[in-house]
Design a protein around this ligand. Sequence first.
Ligand SMILES: Cc1ncc(C[n+]2csc(CCOP(=O)(O)OP(=O)(O)O)c2C)c(N)n1
Length: 332
Amino acid sequence: MTDLSLKMLHRFYEQLWQIRFFEGHVQRLAASGEVPGFPHLSTGQEAVAVGVCANLTEGDMLFSGHRAHGHVLAKGSDPYATFCEVIGRQDGLCQGRGGSMHLVDVSTGMLGATGVVAGNLSLAAGAAWAAQVANKEKIAVVFFGDGATGSGVFHETLNLAGLWQLPLLFVCENNGMAEFTGREEHSDVAKVSAFAAPYGISAQTIDGNDVLVVNAAARSAIQGIRAGSGPYLLECMTYRMAGHYVGDAQHYRSKEEMATMKEKDPIERLRLHLLAKGDSAEELEAIMQRVKAEMTAVVDRARKAAHPDPATVMDYVYSADFPGREENAKWN
Ligand SMILES: Cc1ncc(C[n+]2csc(CCOP(=O)(O)OP(=O)(O)O)c2C)c(N)n1
């Protein structure tokens, strides 16, 4: 955990702020009606995306769900194209056709986000299986929430992943909530990691709000997967600082709970770590201000980007017109 260079730690700090500011703009613009659909923010959960994706190569394949912005940015997608997609512009990752819950960027290995809870798990297993059959070194990673573990496909996927020893990392972002329902109200299985053992899969539950802990655990799990030891389930205990979706009034949270939020904030935790390592508060403030200015510029530019031409509404519906077809062939 302590072997990371200062450069790497600063990179993490930048990436955490990048996601935080990106989603801050999504929240602001959603409130004024500029974001189609219901965006879901990962505010407070950013350390999972950053810590895991730091260990992936461009060839590795990523799958996400409805809370995907952080995963996409951490895997390396262009923030401008990602923001354009969220606000439905032609310059977006999917030419503005997908929106917040359907982000895809084949060029970075981000093979798909979905609004179907748990729907990404079996797709990730398929991608991992394809890599295994083709004897390729790459792995697949799937991010999902603790609510998804109540779905049958979660267990079906664990079963086949264990049986076939797929190169697949399951990353559960356990924020203790499924929409507005606490975990204890929908499951007696306290730890998601406990689901792995019956399927012969190694697993661990870690502090998902500490990017250094996530990075170290992901590194070790991914090294094992690449070395051929089969799938791994990493349960990251985290905290959703925002509502379930933008606009959620969060009546299910007490004032006391809201007051303790900052203690859990992964950005503040890394900031304290960097201060203890000798960084000055001014240096860290300067990094934050730079990322903030960069993201403001990205969003200003995205808001001026063109909407897709209505005459092209049928484009990309059939595979012959799929814009990433050649790129996509790389993954087969
Ligand atoms: C198959 C399916 N069932 C129900 C829903 C409605 N839904 C959207 S988010 C959500 C809760 C998901 O909780 P979790 O998996 O823990 O993810 P989190 O929102 O906490 O990130 C539900 C039930 C859905 N989108 N898809």
